[in-house]
Design a protein around this ligand. Sequence first.
Ligand code: ADP
Length: 782
Amino acid sequence: MGKTVKKNFSAINDISFLSGGGEMGELMRSKNWSETLIGETKYWPQSLKTSLSILLHSKFPKFLFWGPDHVCFYNDAYRPSLGKEGKHPNILGSRGEDYWVEIWDIIKPLIDQVLGGGEATWSEDQLIPIYRNGSVENVYWTFSYSPVFDESGSVAGVWVTCMETTQKVMTLNALEDSKNQLHFAIESANLATWDYHPELKTFRGNERLRNWYNLKKTEITPLEALDVIADKDQNRVKEAVKNAMDYEKGGMFDITYQLNPVKVKKERIVRAIGKVWFNADKSLSRFNGIVQDITEQFNATKENQMLSTIVDKSNEFIGLAGLDSRVKYINPAGMKMLGWKNIKDRKIEDCIYPEDLSKALSLTAKLFEQDQVSDEFRLLNEQSGEPFWIKWNGLAIRDEKTNQLIALATTSPNITEQKKSELRIHEGISKLEESEKRFRKVADSSPVLIKMTDSEAKITFVNKMWLDFTGHPLKRYLGLDTLMEIHPDDMQITRSQYDKVFESHKEYRAEYRIRAHDGAFRWISNIGVPRFTEDGKFEGYIHACMDIHDMKTQEHQKDLFIGMASHELKTPVTSIKGYTQVLKRKYGDSGDKLLISSLDIVDKQIRVLTKLISDLLDLSKMKTGGLDFTKETFNLNELLTEVIRESEFVNPSHRIEYKNIQSINVYADKERIRQVAVNLLNNAVKYSPQSKKIEVKSIFNDKTASVFIEDFGIGINKENQENIFNRFFREEGKNEETFPGFGIGLYISADIIKRHDGVISVKSEKGKGSIFHFTIPIQKPN
Ligand code: ADP
């Protein structure tokens, strides 16, 4: 192909077709076309002129490639797409290939397609980067290449009708970006989304929402939506929806509720946040939002609430402070202990009792190196000014991730009461130690042998006197059995007596011999008193022993003497008694009153003397080997009747009444039982000078016979009633001399009854009289 225009057309230099057309019209008119590929305008074919006329007057961006050189033309509307610095204005009338270097390989095929008679092209939002504004820019176009036919009907040029869509594409891209970002945000925040369609009255949710709410359908009705909410929360949700849809209230929706556990696969607590969008006429446009699964967070909050309730209700001192010692929290119990109203501007040291400050602070400092520190010190109650003790458990609070120390905490029980009781116990122990020391001192300086045993009868203490007495060191005794060093002859009886008493924790009394420091055995009398704790627990015995060896020896000599003297006295007294009887018989009827009354007195005194001598003899026998018994079967009633008759004869002053006379045979020593009856009857007479009545009663059953002798005389004090059966015991009082005696009659009587396996006892009231009673078995034992 030759020159683009000149050859084919006749020259008509008329440029009216270039009239108007703004800047580009001006440019085209003033351009020296003869210097261009297309040559002077007068050679331009009509088809080109017409095309340019249309181009210049179009408000739509247009570009024209003309001829085989693709000479470029464009209008004002196209002009901005070329930018400020670059192709414009030189591209006008130039070869397309020269100015569209950067995109020539893209557009050349399109141009060729159209020039070659092909279809017009259509490209939408295509990226065609061009050089403009000093650099290559990414520019998007929607454009069409269409043919321009010349006068010969061949395609001579290519219309480019185009629109730069860079802005639109950019906006769309930005929209897509933000959509993606939103999607990403929703996905990564694990959110479900929902959308309410006001006209259709349907809900839609994303896949996650459908999964959580267990929805089978993509769209559900408001009723179906409500059904997935737990019953208890439905009303609240309805109310919140109503509020959100109220234009005046701003359209915000934010509510937490539980999914209906019956309807969903997994129980969830969710937070739904949404917004209602309104139309200009305030009608509903859209209502949409997101749903967050806050189950874990909700449960954690609940757990936290429970934990803080524990902390609030705890009666321990619970506190938290910063590393700068500033108090951040103290629970109500702690505040009460401190007597504080608030914690504003308080520091750890404000809590501490001044005397314990340095100790407490050095403990707190340890928390910078170790996780836990425990000790006891005092805090101060600000209101009362009183200290109180706490068992301080200091805790170092560290950051979970970095493990860095971030705070100091404490959970400390108030141990004031415990401290007080410890103090009391401590004081008690020192007092106890003090009194123990005193006791040992007193015990050591005591002239009595003292021994203490524990609850297992093991020796825990013996005093100095004991050690001196036995000549052994203390260590020999400690932990040993209490009955040691005892004479072999006394061991058996002592052991059985002791064991009996020990079991019942009663008072213990005994006399036995123990080996003294010189190896000889000496008699001691032992009184053991049981010890009990305040709450009644048996702790053992404290024994006080007296050396009674000398007394025992003298007593033995006395017994020997009594035995011997009574024996020696018996013969002369029997002979005096005999002669008195002879004299009474011979001179009883003589009428010599003085002689007769003198003989009566002598006879009475002889009876008393005889009784005394026989009692003393019995006593002596009891001491040396016991009384002899010759048992036989005899009639007890007859015996009692005899004794009563005799007594009435001797004591005509008293009337003796014998009740319940019933014949019974007993197997016993008749004379000894008589001795007992006589003794009791004589005492009844002797100790009832004012009252003249005495009652005797006998009762029997299959096994035993009991005799009661009752007088209405002076009676016996309660505290002496057990002792009157002891040897030489007599009730002391102003009547002592009125009622002569030695206090051995009942002792012998008791021995006789006991040796018949019987029982003797007394019931008496001072000033009212006494009932003596004895019971013996009827039958001979098998
Ligand atoms: P005694 O020779 O002193 O009477 P007993 O052994 O017979 O000696 O009695 C001991 C003591 O018991 C008496 O001294 C007396 O105090 C008291 N006693 C005995 N029988 C009676 C009684 N029936 N009434 C009051 N006291 C009595």
